[in-house]
Design a binder for this molecule. Structure first.
Ligand code: ARG
Length: 460
C-alpha cells in the first residue's frame, strides 16, 4: 500500500503507476533528499516536536540508506513513485513508528523544492568551474599562437584583419558572461523552502532558520505558496545553459568552417572527428556538428519548462514533476559539452600560413585607407566614397588593390601618397588597432595576461 493509502480503497492501476512514477529519474536527487531530511529531523527534535532519540535513529538510518544507494544495494520500484517515498518507506520499514515521524510538518511539495535547490546549487557551482576550465583552454590556445593573423569576417565576407587570439578571446568573454549569469542565478537558487508544507506552511512550531543554517542557505523563502509553486530558479538555470550552448554552437560553426577545405585554417585532432563509411578521404568535425544539434535539445528543455509553468494555477500541480526531465537533460548536455571542448581546443592545430595567406587579401585593408584619409582631414563619408571608387576601379581592371601604381590610385584618391601603397600589409593593419578592446598585438597581449591571471586565481 502506498504511503497515502489511508484514504484509498483501490491500489493504483499498473499503467497509472508507470505513468506517475518519477523514481526512474528523480533518484539522482537521493543525497539531497537525505541531507534535507537530516536537517529537518534535527530541527524537529530541537523544537521538541519529536523525541531526540527518534531524530538520532532516523539520522543514523538515513546515513545507512544513503550508503546502500551509493553501493547500488537499494531497490527502486515504481510502486513507491518517487525518491521521497522510497526513502521514507525504507525508514519506516527499518524503524517502524519512529521512522514515521520524519515527515512531520513537511510535504513532498516543499521537499522536492528543497531537493532541487540543493542539487542545482551544487550543479551550478560545478558548471561554473567547468566553464573556467574551458576558458583556460581557449586562453592557452590563443596565447600559443598569439601573433597569428587571419581575416575577420562580417556577413561571412572578408572584412578586416584580426588576430586569431582575438577571435578566440571573444569566446572567452562569452563564457565569462555565462559563468556570471550562473553566479547570479545562485542567488535565487540558494533560498530555503522547507517549512512551506504543502502550500500553507505548518501549524507545528518549526524553526526554519535552524534548517536554513544547517543546509547553508542564504535565506528562507518568504511566501509558502510561491515556494512550492516556484521553478523560476530552475528555468533561469536552464536558460543560462541555453545561452551557454548557443555560444559553444557558434564556436562550433567557426571551427567547422575553419576546418573545411575552403578555409583550411585549422586541423581538429583525429580524436574529435570521424570518417565516412563511404568516402575514404573524409574527416568530419562531428563533435562540433553534434554540439549545434545538442544546443537544439537544450533550447527544447527551456521551452518545455516555460510551457510547463505557464498555465499552472497556484500552487503545486503534478505537472511540475516533469520539470526534472528537462532540467537534467539540459544539464547533462551542457556538462557533456564542457567535458569535450577543452581537450578539443587544446589539441587543435592551426595552419598559420593559410590564415596569413587569406589575411593578405588587400581588400581587407580598404578601411585602413579610408581612415588614413580621415587622418589627413578628409571627411569620412567622402573618404569612404573615394576608396569605394578605387575598389571599383581595381575590380574593373581585374587587379588586386595593391597591384596599382600611385598614379592610378590618385585617379580616385587624389590625396594618396607613397605611404598609401604600404597600407596593404596585414601585420601593420593589426598593429595600428591599438585601442583597448581592439585586435592590435598590444591590446591582445594585455587581454591574454588579464585572463591568464584571472583564471589562475581561484578566488577571482
Ligand atoms: N514527485 C513529485 C515531483 O517531482 C514530488 C512532489 C509530489 N507531490 C505531490 N503532492 N504529489 O514533483
Amino acid at each position: 500500500m502506498a504511503l497515502w493509502g489511508g484514504r484509498f480503497t483501490a491500489a493504483t492501476q499498473d499503467e497509472v503507476a508507470k505513468y506517475s512514477e518519477s523514481i526512474s529519474f528523480d533518484q539522482r536527487l537521493y543525497k539531497y533528499d537525505i541531507q534535507g531530511s537530516k536537517a529537518h529531523v534535527a530541527m524537529l527534535a530541537a523544537q521538541g516536536i519529536i523525541p531526540e532519540k527518534s531524530a538520532k535513529a532516523i539520522a543514523a538510518e538515513l546515513d545507512n540508506i544513503c550508503k546502500r544507494i551509493d553501493k547500488g544495494d537499494f531497490s527502486f520500484s515504481i510502486e513507491m513513485e518517487d525518491i521521497h517515498m522510497h526513502i521514507e518507506s525504507a525508514l519506516i520499514e527499518k524503524l517502524g513508528a519512529e521512522g514515521a515521524r520524519v515527515h512531520s510538518g513537511r510535504s513532498r511539495n516543499d521537499q522536492i523544492a528543497l531537493d532541487l535547490r540543493l542539487y542545482l546549487r551544487d550543479q551550478a557551482r560545478e558548471v561554473i568551474a567547468m566553464i573556467r576550465t574551458f576558458q583556460k583552454a581557449l586562453v592557452d590556445r590563443a596565447a600559443a599562437d598569439k601573433d597569428a593573423i587571419m581575416p575577420g569576417f562580417t556577413h561571412l565576407q572578408h572584412a578586416q584583419v584580426v588576430l586569431f587570439a582575438h577571435h578566440l578571446l571573444a569566446y572567452v568573454e562569452m563564457l565569462d558572461r555565462d559563468a556570471a549569469r550562473l553566479e547570479d542565478n545562485l542567488k535565487r537558487i540558494n533560498v530555503m523552502p522547507l517549512g512551506s508544507g504543502a502550500l500553507a506552511g505548518s501549524t507545528l512550531p518549526l524553526d526554519r532558520e535552524f534548517v536554513r543554517k544547517k543546509l547553508d542557505f542564504a535565506a528562507v523563502t518568504r511566501n509558502s505558496m510561491d515556494a512550492v509553486a516556484d521553478r523560476d530558479f530552475a528555468i533561469e538555470f536552464v536558460s543560462d545553459l541555453a545561452i551557454f550552448a548557443m555560444h559553444v554552437s557558434r564556436l562550433s560553426e567557426d571551427l567547422i568552417l575553419w576546418s573545411s577545405q575552403e578555409f583550411d585554417f585549422i586541423e581538429l585532432d583525429d580524436a574529435f572527428c570521424t570518417g565516412s563509411s563511404l568516402m575514404p578521404q573524409k574527416k568530419n568535425p562531428d563533435v562540433c556538428e553534434l554540439t549545434r544539434g545538442k544546443t537544439a535539445r537544450v533550447y527544447g528543455a527551456l521551452t518545455a519548462l516555460l510551457t510547463l509553468c505557464k498555465g499552472l494555477p497556484l500552487t503545486y500541480n503534478r505537472d511540475l514533476q516533469e520539470d526534472k526531465l528537462a532540467i537534467f537533460d539540459a544539464l547533462d548536455t551542457a556538462k557533456a559539452i564542457l567535458r569535450v571542448y577543452p581537450p578539443m581546443i587544446s589539441s587543435m592545430q592551426i595552419k598559420r600560413q593559410n590564415m596569413k595567406r587569406a589575411a593578405s587579401d588587400p581588400a581587407l585593408m580598404a578601411t585602413d585607407i579610408a581612415e588614413k584619409l580621415v587622418e589627413l582631414g578628409v571627411p569620412f563619408r567622402s573618404a569612404h566614397h573615394r576608396v569605394g571608387a578605387f575598389v571599383k576601379y581595381c575590380k574593373e581592371k581585374g587587379v588586386a588593390l595593391n597591384q596599382v601604381t600611385l598614379v592610378e590610385m590618385q585617379e580616385t584618391i587624389p590625396e594618396a601618397t607613397e605611404e598609401f601603397l604600404r597600407l596593404f600589409r596585414p601585420v601593420q593593419s593589426v598593429r595600428k588597432r591599438a585601442l583597448k578592446g581592439g585586435t592590435g598585438f598590444a591590446p591582445v597581449s594585455r587581454e591574454l595576461r588579464f585572463w591568464q591571471k584571472r583564471l589562475a586565481d581561484p578566488q577571482r
